[in-house]
Design a protein around this ligand. Structure first.
Ligand code: AMP
Length: 142
């Protein structure tokens, strides 16, 4: 995997406003926040995308995400928040190291703006797609 700015933050070569660190996970304030308290939670494992992350690192991130989210909303007073996780440049991923955004949403509207052009899942398409995904899952040992 190519070197990223987050790799350099993990190694302490670049400073960050750290809020959490354990053996597998680091969390720090986003330098370009969408709203006050915007926090990034990253595995120390150098994986580019969520689908490339080990189960061990994924579990370590999942274990602390709720705790960090609780602290962010308690510290900021934000009434709501989004957790965002981008994979691939087409999906707005700019830093090629897995990261979860915790983005407080405030009554003034600051936070994540979402476009959600919902369609409607047809029954036959749903059956076919779900079967394909189940098939992939059955062949994936993690
Ligand atoms: P994404 O579009 O999901 O890849 O988001 C990458 C995020 O990393 C952006 O929100 C950036 O503001 C943030 N970011 C980039 N460099 C740094 C840095 N040195 N410290 C903290 N956050 C950063």
């Amino acid at each position: 995997m190519a070197e990223t700015i987050f790799g350099r933050i993990i190694r302490g070569e670049i400073p960050c406003h750290k809020v959490w660190e354990d053996d597998h996970v680091l969390a720090f304030l986003d330098i370009g926040p969408l709203s006050r308290g915007h926090t990034l939670v990253i595995p120390k494992e150098p994986a580019e995308r969520l689908d490339q992350l080990s189960e061990e690192s994924a579990a370590a991130v999942g274990r602390v995400l709720p705790r960090i989210a609780r602290a962010v909303i308690a510290a900021t007073g934000a009434p709501a928040y989004n957790v965002l996780q981008n994979n691939g440049p087409e999906a707005h991923q700019a830093v090629m190291h897995v990261h979860f955004h915790i983005i407080p949403k405030y009554p003034d509207g600051s936070g994540l703006g979402i476009s959600w052009p919902a369609g409607r899942l047809a029954d036959d398409e749903g059956r076919e797609l779900a079967a394909r995904i189940r098939e992939r899952l059955a062949g994936d040992r993690g």
